[in-house]
Design a protein around this ligand. Structure first.
Ligand code: ZN
Length: 681
C-alpha cells in the first residue's frame, strides 16, 4: 500500500476524505510533510539550484501547498468537529507547523533566491501574477528584517519576540481584570428590566459560587444586556466604571496595562526605524492598500466632518428622549446603551422574532443563489461529497456552459463541537498545473439555529446578512481566474481591501427586489410585507452617526499613536485620546475611562495602525455597490464587471487598480454616507 492509502490526509488527488480521516492520522502526516518540505528546501537553497520560476518558486509552492492543504483540513475539523482526540492531536502538532513557517520566514537563502530571480532576465518574461508573487515575497522578507546588518538583525529579532510577549501579556491582563470583577445582587427589585435568560445565567453564576442572588460578570454576554436593560441606574454606573477601568491604574497593579502600552509603542517605533521607516504606521501600511498615514488621517478626518452633524443629531435626540421619557435629565456614559435600547424599541415597533418567520432556510438559499446566478452568470447546483456531519451540504458552481468553476461546503447550524461565529475557509485553491486547472473549493461555516419541531430552520435578518457576507468571501475564492497559487482568490489581497466582496454582498439583503423573492412566511408562505420591510430599513441606520464617529475616534487614536505620537514627548496616550475626543466624539466619557487599556485590537491583535481598515473597506464595498444602484440591483453587466475586475483577479494586482478598473474612478465616501443615512444634513 502507498502512503496515501494508509493516510487519507496525504491524499491530494481530490476533495478531503472526511469519512476516512481520524485524529491518529494527524501526527504522521504532519511529520512526513514537514520532513519532505525541509528536504525539498535544502535542495532549493543549494547554490546549484537556479533561481528560476520552474526550478525554485514552483517546487516551493508545491511543497507548501501540500502542507497547507493537509493542515487546513486538520484546522477545519478542529473548528467544526472538536473532539478530545482531535483537539489533543491538533495542539500537539500546531507548534511544529508554526515552527516550520517561522523557519521559512527567516531563511535568508530563500530571500537571496527571490532577489536573484527579480533581477534576472526571466523576471521580465513572467506574467504579472508571477511578478506579484516574487515582489510580495521580497517585501515580506524585508519587513521581517532580512536585509539588516547582523547586529541590527539580532536587535530586530529581540524586539519581535518582546512584542509578541507584551501582546500576550496585554490580553492576559485584560482577561484577568475582566474576571476579577463581578457585581453581586441580592435584592431582586434592583434587577428590573433585565431579560429572563440573562437573569438565569446570572443566577447560575451566583449558585456556582455557593451564593444566593445574582452574579453579573464583565464578559460580553452579561455586560452588554445589563447595560442595555438594567433599569437601576446606580448599578449600571458600577458596572460601567468596572468595565472601563479594567487593566488600569485603578485596579491591581500587576494587571495594569498602562506601562505595556508605552513599551509596545516604543518597541514598534524602534523596529520601524531599524527598517528605515520613520514610524510604525509607515511599516504597517507597506502591504496595505492605503499608501501613507497622512492619507489615512485625511480619510478619517473627512469622514468625521461628514458624520459629526448626524452624530450630534443622534445624540441630541437621545438626550431629549431620555429626559422626557426616562427621567434622565443628564445623559451619562452608563445611560447610553440603556436609553438607546428604549428609544429603538419606541421608534421601530417590530421584533427580530417577527422578521424571522419570513426567512426559512430553503427560501433564503434559493434567493441568495438567484442573486449570484443572475449578476455573475454562474449556476449553483447541489453536488456530492464526503462531509464531516450529516447537516453539511455541498454545491458546485459552474459557468453557463457547464464548466466547473469551483465547489463549496455549507455547514449552517450551531453544534456543540463547532466553535462560534461564521467564517469562510479554503479547502483547495485555484492554480494551473500543467495543462490542467485545479478548481477551488471553499468551506462556509455558520452557527445558525437548526430546524426544530418539524419546521424548517428560520434565519434572523442578521443571520441572512452573515450568510451573504461569508458567501462574498467564498465567491472571492471560487470565482478567481488566477493561475498562480500565491495570488489566486484572497491570497495576497491587501487586508484593508479583503472585506470588499463580503460587505458588498450584504447590500443585497436590504433590497426589496431581492427580499420579495427571498422571503416566504413559514406558515402562510406570504412574502415579507412591504410595511415590515420599511420598518427594517428605517431601523437599519438607527444612530449610525454616533456609531460612525465612535469608530473614527478609535481609528484616529490608533493611527496617531503609531504615526506622530512621541512616547517620550511628555504627552500621554490619555491626553492624545482626549484631544481626539474633543474633535470627533459626541459623548465624552468620564475622566476615569481607560479605553486604551483594553484596546486589544491594536495592542494585542495585530491591528496596530490598521484599525481604520474596517471603515476603509466599507467605503470600497459601498462605492462598488453604488454601480448596481445606478444600473439596477440585479444588473448582469455590472456583475460581470465586478467578477472580471475584482473577484477574478484576486491578489494579482493592487486592490486600488482593481477598484478603479471596476468603477472607472477612485473610491469616494458618498455611497457609504448614503447607505448609512448620512447625507443632506
Ligand atoms: Zn468578513
Amino acid at each position: 500500500m502507498t502512503t496515501t492509502e494508509l493516510n487519507p490526509l496525504l491524499d491530494f488527488t481530490g476533495l478531503p476524505r472526511f469519512s476516512a480521516i481520524e485524529a491518529e492520522h494527524i501526527a504522521p502526516a504532519v511529520e512526513l510533510l514537514l520532513s519532505e518540505n525541509r528536504a525539498r528546501i535544502e535542495v532549493l537553497t543549494r547554490p546549484g539550484t537556479p533561481a528560476t520560476w520552474a526550478d525554485f518558486v514552483a517546487p516551493l509552492e508545491d511543497a507548501n501547498e501540500r502542507l497547507a492543504r493537509a493542515w487546513g483540513v486538520v484546522g477545519h475539523l478542529h473548528g467544526v468537529l472538536d473532539s478530545p482526540e482531535l483537539r489533543s492531536a491538533y495542539n500537539a502538532n500546531q507548534p511544529k507547523v508554526v515552527q516550520y513557517y517561522t523557519e521559512l520566514g527567516q531563511n535568508l537563502v530563500l530571500f537571496e533566491k527571490y532577489k536573484a530571480l527579480k533581477v534576472s532576465p526571466e523576471y521580465a518574461a513572467l506574467v504579472p501574477a508571477q511578478c506579484k508573487i516574487v515582489d510580495n515575497e521580497i517585501r515580506d522578507f524585508r519587513l521581517s528584517g532580512a536585509e539588516l546588518a547582523p547586529s541590527m538583525q539580532r536587535r530586530f529579532a529581540a524586539i519581535s519576540e518582546e512584542l509578541a510577549h507584551l501582546a500576550t501579556k496585554f490580553s492576559e491582563n485584560l482577561l484577568d481584570a475582566t474576571k476579577a470583577f463581578a457585581l453581586h445582587v441580592e435584592d431582586q427589585s434592583k434587577l428590573a428590566g433585565i431579560p429572563e435568560d440573562v437573569l438565569e445565567t446570572a443566577r447560575a453564576a451566583a449558585d456556582k459560587d455557593g451564593k444566593s442572588g445574582w452574579k453579573f460578570s464583565l464578559q460580553a454576554p452579561a455586560y452588554v444586556p445589563f447595560m442595555q436593560y438594567a433599569a437601576e441606574r446606580e448599578l449600571r454606573e458600577q458596572m460601567y466604571r468596572a468595565y472601563v477601568t479594567r487593566a488600569s491604574e485603578f485596579g491591581k497593579p500587576e494587571l495594569d496595562n498602562t506601562p505595556l502600552i508605552t513599551q509596545i509603542l516604543s518597541l514598534h517605533h524602534e523596529a520601524a526605524q531599524l527598517l528605515g521607516y520613520a514610524n510604525h504606521a509607515e511599516v504597517s501600511l507597506v502591504p496595505k492598500m492605503a499608501q501613507t498615514p497622512r492619507q489615512v488621517l485625511d480619510f478619517l478626518n473627512d469622514l468625521a466632518a461628514k458624520a459629526l452633524p448626524f452624530a450630534r443629531k443622534d445624540y441630541a435626540e437621545l438626550g431629549e428622549f431620555a429626559a422626557a421619557e426616562l427621567g434622565l435629565a443628564q445623559l451619562e456614559a452608563w445611560d447610553l446603551a440603556y436609553a438607546s435600547e428604549k428609544l429603538r424599541a419606541a421608534r421601530y415597533a417590530f421584533s427580530d422574532q417577527e422578521v424571522k418567520q419570513f426567512f426559512p432556510e430553503a427560501k433564503v438559499m434559493q434567493g441568495m443563489f438567484r442573486v449570484v446566478e443572475t449578476i455573475f452568470g454562474v449556476r449553483i447546483r447541489p453536488d456530492a461529497a464526503e462531509t464531516w456531519d450529516p447537516a453539511v451540504r455541498f454545491f458546485r458552481v459552474s459557468d453557463l456552459h457547464g464548466n466547473l468553476l469551483g465547489q463549496f461546503y455549507l455547514d449552517p447550524y450551531a453544534r456543540d463541537t463547532k466553535r462560534g461565529g461564521a467564517w469562510m475557509d479554503e479547502a483547495i485553491s485555484r492554480r494551473r498545473l500543467g495543462g490542467r486547472v485545479q478548481t477551488p473549493v471553499a468551506y462556509l461555516t455558520c452557527n445558525f439555529s437548526a430546524p426544530v419541531g418539524g419546521k424548517p430552520a428560520l434565519f434572523t435578518h442578521d443571520e441572512v446578512l452573515t450568510l451573504f457576507h461569508e458567501f462574498g468571501h467564498g465567491l472571492h475564492h471560487l470565482l478567481t481566474r488566477v493561475d498562480y497559487l500565491g495570488v489566486s482568490g484572497l491570497h495576497g489581497v491587501e487586508w484593508d481591501a479583503v472585506e470588499l466582496p463580503s460587505q458588498f454582498m450584504e447590500n443585497f439583503c436590504w433590497e426589496w427586489e431581492v427580499l420579495a423573492h427571498m422571503t416566504a412566511h413559514v406558515d402562510s408562505g406570504e412574502p415579507l410585507p412591504r410595511a415590515l420591510y420599511d420598518k427594517m430599513l428605517a431601523a437599519k441606520n438607527f444612530q449610525s452617526g454616533m456609531q460612525t464617529v465612535r469608530q473614527l475616534e478609535f481609528s484616529l487614536f490608533d493611527m496617531h499613536l503609531h504615526y506622530d505620537f512621541d512616547v517620550n514627548g511628555g504627552k500621554t496616550p490619555q491626553q492624545l485620546l482626549d484631544e481626539i475626543r474633543s474633535r470627533v466624539a459626541v459623548a465624552i466619557p468620564p475622566a476615569y475611562n481607560r479605553f486604551q487599556n483594553n484596546f486589544s485590537h491594536i495592542f494585542a491583535g495585530g491591528y496596530g495602525a490598521g484599525y481604520y481598515s474596517y471603515k476603509w473597506a466599507e467605503v470600497l464595498s459601498a462605492d462598488a455597490y453604488g454601480l448596481f444602484e445606478e444600473n439596477g440591483v440585479l444588473d448582469d453587466r455590472s456583475g460581470k464587471r465586478f467578477c472580471d475586475e475584482i473577484l477574478a483577479v484576486g491578489g494579482s494586482r493592487p486592490a486600488l487598480e482593481s477598484f478603479k478598473a471596476f468603477r472607472g474612478r477612485e473610491p469616494t465616501v458618498d455611497a457609504l454616507l448614503r447607505h448609512s443615512g448620512m447625507i443632506g444634513a
